[in-house]
Design a protein around this ligand. Sequence first.
Ligand code: 5GP
Length: 190
Amino acid sequence: MTAQPRLTVLAGPTAVGKGTVCQYIREHYPNVWFSVSATTRDPRPGEEEGVHYYFVSHEEFDQMIADGQMLEYAVVHGKNKYGTPRAKVQEALDAGRPVILEIDLQGARQIRESMPEAQLIFLAPPSWDELVSRLVGRGTESEQEQQRRLETAKIELEAESEFDVTVINDSVERAAQEIAHIVGAESAEA
Ligand code: 5GP
């Protein structure tokens, strides 16, 4: 009997490099399915509808919640709502693909409650100083937004012990390969 692939939550503090690590996994392990979240925040330059996020209004987001379409959702950085549309996740699991949700800590806790069989991976920075320099160096947020995100990051780092596994993002390639192994991904090069 083939085991049903598991749902994996990948969380970690802001600017730890989740996006870059996920991009590496996308390119090298095409059988892994990444959930596309809905969000009320505005697109950043280069972000595409349905690829990076589904960009929706607050009204549309609330309607999705009311219709029971969200597997989990949260207000992130005290500002915008982000959530995982349920149907597509189930479809991918039914199709036998490992599924990764790249979501925040609050979402990870909701998944732990609603899907205890899910595994939770915490992506950690090599150090706090490294995290600060990555956030500032990214240059996509205003100074006020950076401060807000660093506050969130402090709280998020304290939650590491709630996770099943910690992966340290000391190198994108190494961290991505470790995560791919944990989720049971098949390498494109294999
Ligand atoms: P960003 O605005 O930088 O794209 O994302 C901000 C945060 O929202 C990240 O920590 C990301 O993991 C989180 N996030 C993205 N999608 C979801 C989602 O569907 N649910 C939850 N709970 N958090 C999400």
